[in-house]
Design a protein around this ligand. Structure first.
Ligand code: C2E
Ligand code: MG
Ligand code: MG
Length: 410
């Protein structure tokens, strides 16, 4: 169902401009503000002036409050940059009220009233801020947008780091691949794992520059390991569903990074979760086919969590199934899971099990015909410098299980 949100913007200093520099200058300022707003919104959105120094933005199909909050933050930022008009440097501030369309709001007039109320709230709060018509929403969205906003800095300033977890041949412990897993060295909150910021980055779109950085950094690192002669056969990079939806951009970025770091496409496996694949439309299936033709491999991550019919395995060009760790974890206690693992292994060309934490699991998986695994039993995700030591040995001899409980969970 389509949804609309509306922001009202008020430039406090507009009256001052009219009074001191004249109305002609005031008019130019208004036009300049509109031009800025048009740069920030999408093509299908509507920007209108509501009289005085008030504007409205009508956005089509914005269902997620975080998306509306992110837009409001961008509008605020755009307005905060000073304007240079006829040699005068003019600064303005903005207050933004947001109302999201919902079934509870009866018609366009009601939504305007809600946006106005939110605008009053924003004005009360002080300058340069945005408010939603509901307080609950307000709190949730501000927190998410703050994280997304903070995320821009580490991308630019090197606060992100890739850890690597080895994928091994279960019988020998020989390292066959590595999965880069992103970490964020947060200034005040310490080392953050992706669960705390990837979902937010996905909602706000920040996952696009993040994913671009991750892919390029993984290729750069692989290039370095190749030069040293210790590179694994494959690097399995996680790709977010949001990246897949921006297919053209994703394809371009992948090709650019591969060329830049002289990586053979066959050395890269793209991991897409089962849920993302199930939601994928025909367009994305073309994208996957393009990747297959390029020569990159495709793996289904977290297989066994999506209650999916196995039909989609025949639709998408998949090279590998990655059994979800929740699923693998239960195989030794639940015979039905064990049967599905056996069936999946018979079905797919190649199967890798995630979350291999014990010797019992390793043995069970080998017995079921699964050749590859990844998990704490072999190694946690570790820094590039640490994983390089493992690569130089080429093989991981699992340490006694008791020791693993004490190592830090990253
Ligand atoms: P995933 O791709 O399924 O990654 C496996 C997760 O399981 C990793 O968590 C890893 O640390 C953890 N794990 C590995 N072995 C074991 C084990 O034996 N036992 C247990 N209990 N856990 C194990 P992590 O690094 O926190 O990543 C969580 C999820 O965040 C990933 O799941 C992936 O969906 C996402 N993610 C991580 N890095 C990236 C990235 O670079 N890009 C994108 N788009 N998503 C990422
Ligand atoms: Mg993965
Ligand atoms: Mg997984």
């Amino acid at each position: 169902m389509p949804s609309h949100s509306r922001c009202s913007i008020s430039t406090y200093e507009f009256k001052d401009v009219n009074d001191t520099l004249g109305h002609a200058m005031g008019d130019k300022l208004l036009k300049a503000v509109v031009e800025r707003l048009k740069l920030v919104v999408r093509e299908e959105d509507l920007v209108a002036r509501f009289g005085g120094d008030e504007f409205a933005i009508l956005t089509y199909n914005v269902t997620d409050p975080t998306e509306a909050g992110t837009l409001a933050a961008r509008v605020g930022e755009a307005a905060a940059k000073s304007f240079l008009i006829d040699g005068h440097k003019i600064s303005v501030t903005s207050s933004i009220g947001i109302a999201l369309f919902s079934r509870d709001i009866a018609g366009p007039k009601a939504i305007m009233v809600q946006a106005d109320l939110a605008l009053y709230g924003a004005k009360d709060e002080g300058r340069n801020c945005y408010r939603f018509h509901s307080q609950d929403l307000d709190q949730q969205v501000h927190e998410r947008v703050r994280v997304a906003d903070e995320l821009r800095l580490p991308i630019l300033e090197g606060g992100l780091e890739l850890y690597y977890q080895p994928q091994v041949e279960l019988t020998t412990g020989r390292i066959t691949g590595l999965e880069p897993l992103v970490r964020w060295n947060h200034e005040t909150r310490g080392l953050l794992t992706p669960a705390s910021f990837i979902p937010i980055a996905e909602r706000t779109g920040a996952v696009l520059p993040l994913g671009k950085w991750i892919f390029n950094e993984a290729c750069r690192q692989l290039h370095e390991w190749k030069a040293e002669g210790i590179a694994p056969q494959v690097l399995a990079v996680n790709i977010s569903g949001v990246q897949l939806k921006n297919a053209a951009e994703l394809e371009r970025e992948v090709e650019e990074s591969l060329a830049k770091w002289d990586i053979n496409p066959g050395e890269i496996e793209l991991e897409l979760t089962e849920t993302v694949l199930m939601e994928a439309t025909q367009r994305h299936s073309d994208t996957l086919e393009n990747f297959r033709q390029l020569g990159t491999k495709i793996a289904i991550d977290d297989f066994g969590t999506g209650y999916s019919p196995l039909k989609y395995l025949t639709i998408y060009p998949v090279n590998r199934l990655k059994l979800a760790q929740e699923f693998v974890f239960r195989v030794t206690v639940d015979y039905r899971n064990a049967a599905v693992v056996r069936a999946a292994i018979r079905l797919a060309l190649d199967v890798i099990a995630e979350g291999v934490e014990t010797e019992a699991l390793r043995r069970f998986l080998i017995g079921a015909g699964c050749e590859h695994g990844q998990g704490y039993y072999f190694s946690r995700p570790v820094k590039a410098s640490e994983v390089a030591k493992l690569l130089r040995k080429g093989q991981i001899k699992p340490a006694p299980e008791s020791k693993k409980q004490t190592s830090p969970a990253v």
